[in-house]
Ligand binder design. Structure first.
Ligand SMILES: Cc1ncc(COP(=O)(O)O)c(C=O)c1O
Length: 372
């Protein structure tokens, strides 16, 4: 294992335990700012870390605009001191009233959300108007992912005009998330972004020429971050999430993201050596995200030949020629393939700096509901 992941005394870390290496997080945030060219161009997504402390590290470095996917995340951001929170989610059901409550609870926070649907937008407008408040709404533009949003065109234009005309809602620009562009080759990724970008800009220009303000374009995640960062559009805000912690999934797939290093790992212990070539660790699917395929959910740098042959809720069984070197109680670090849902599995992270465990940080907004 690389020396940056040294833990002098792991005995107090209950396993499987999320371990955050503070200085690597700091280095990743610095790398984000360097890639963006300016902290003011960033609106990082907090879905990856969900922690007050990481948000404060970003604020301290001048990253003032932040993005969330849930009300719990939006609340965590406001508690950490963020004054500009964008909840990139279309509000339906009880979330409409939660928007009203959020505005009341954090009146000094500029709060915005997305929309792609007329009836939901009208409900939001009515709720905000009855509460005597106002909320910025970004048009959720679909750049080809087909998860949410409207393709640029007449229906999208009509919805945007409605945001401008209805009371209680104010046009906030466009939200453009392109998770489908997870292409390894950076030039192909760039071509994918540029193909939609021109269409989006001419759509934006059309709306502006019709008198509709489009103050910002919130773009992308980590894979397309370097591509958008190279564009000069002044209203663009870059919204990577994963790279603050990074993981082995992105690390292997996107070599151009080499400035980022995994900063949140899972400490696990051997609990059994059931056969001569098998070692069983306590990092099951309740300790690490199980959306990657079985066999590749973690990287075990200390056992390079490990083949992950079985994983249940509390067990990870590997086969290795090195099995005899491992005994129950032995400790190793696993690098998650997908860190965002991994952090959500842990109530808190153990924080390590200079080899010492210096405390714990709550994964505060892994809960669906905090107070709002
Ligand atoms: C809407 C939205 N924005 C930004 C991100 C961040 O993307 P990444 O995790 O690739 O950094 C995500 C990730 O799922 C997302 O859904």
């Amino acid at each position: 294992m690389d020396a940056v992941y040294r833990i002098d005394d792991p005995s107090q870390i209950i396993s499987p335990g999320l371990v955050v290496f503070r200085d690597l997080v700091a280095a990743n945030i610095d790398a984000m700012i360097e890639m963006a060219g300016d902290a003011g161009r960033l609106r990082p997504h907090c879905k990856t870390h969900k922690m007050h402390e990481v948000t404060r590290m970003q604020l301290k470095r001048g990253i003032k605009k932040h993005k969330a996917a849930t009300f719990a995340e939006a609340e965590m951001l406001a508690e950490a001191g963020v004054k500009d929170v964008f909840l990139a989610y279309n509000l339906v059901g009880p979330n409409i009233q939660r928007a009203v409550r959020y505005r009341q609870a954090f009146p000094d926070v500029t709060f915005s959300v997305t929309a792609d649907d007329v009836p939901s937008l009208k409900q939001l407008s009515e709720a905000m108007q009855s509460a005597g408040g106002e909320i910025e709404v970004l048009l959720d533009v679909d750049p080809g992912r087909h998860r949410t949003g409207l393709e640029v065109g007449d229906a999208a234009r009509d919805l945007y005009r409605m945001i401008a005309d209805l009371p209680g809602v104010v046009p906030g620009g466009f939200h453009i998330y392109d998770g489908h562009l997870g292409i390894s080759d950076v030039e192909e990724r760039r071509a994918g972004v540029l193909q939609e970008w021109e269409r989006t800009l001419s759509f934006r220009d059309r709306l502006v020429s019709e008198g509709l303000p489009v103050p910002r374009l919130v773009c992308g995640g980590t894979p397309t971050f370097p591509v958008y960062a190279g564009l000069t559009e002044p209203t663009m805000e870059l919204s990577p999430g994963t790279c603050v912690f990074h993981d082995c999934g992105y690390g292997e797939k996107f070599p151009d993201l080499s400035p980022f290093r995994p900063a949140a790992l899972v400490l696990t212990r051997v609990i059994s050596r059931p056969t001569a070539n098998r070692v069983t660790f306590d990092v099951g699917t309740k300790g690490v995200a199980s959306d990657p395929p079985m066999g590749s959910r973690v990287l075990l740098p200390d056992i390079p030949d490990a083949e992950q042959v079985l994983q249940n809720e509390e067990h990870l069984v590997v086969e290795t020629a090195q099995a005899a070197r491992w005994s129950p109680g032995d400790v190793t670090l696993a690098i998650p393939r997908h860190i965002c849902p991994t952090s959500a599995l842990h109530k808190h992270a153990w924080v390590v700096a200079d080899g010492a465990v210096i405390g714990t940080w709550d994964v505060a907004s892994r809960d669906r509901w905090l107070t709002i």
